[in-house]
Design a protein around this ligand. Sequence first.
Ligand code: AMP
Length: 126
Amino acid sequence: MAHNYDPTNIFARILRGEIPAKTILETAHTLVFRDITPQAPDHVLVIPKGAYASFDHFGSEASEAEIVDFYRTAAKICEMLGASLATGGLGYRAITNAGDQGGQEVPHYHLHIVAGCPLGRMLEKR
Ligand code: AMP
């Protein structure tokens, strides 16, 4: 089955400049901005500029240039936040949610990078 993408989602609107975002880094294929409801002292969202709805949509259909740019940018953000282990940081969590059971609210692929305090266990049982 094909991947669908809804161009009315809020991150698509940010990419079109229709609503503002607290951008901290922009590259040819990737945008990074602060989450509007941070769950930790640092909480940023890394999104591709292309129209991909989820992690697996991006992984299966994005170009190599988009994929490399996305993960290099995500790595750079970990360093910029002071969270990268390579530069003496204390770590971070990278999370992506997909679909209803994954708890995805915005149907444009995004990686949450959360850092700045102890983050506890990965999953809460429901
Ligand atoms: P998810 O549940 O993985 O789809 O996460 C969506 C995230 O987008 C949530 O953490 C929201 O707080 C965040 N969010 C929603 N609208 C905005 C916005 N306009 N600017 C920044 N972050 C947003």
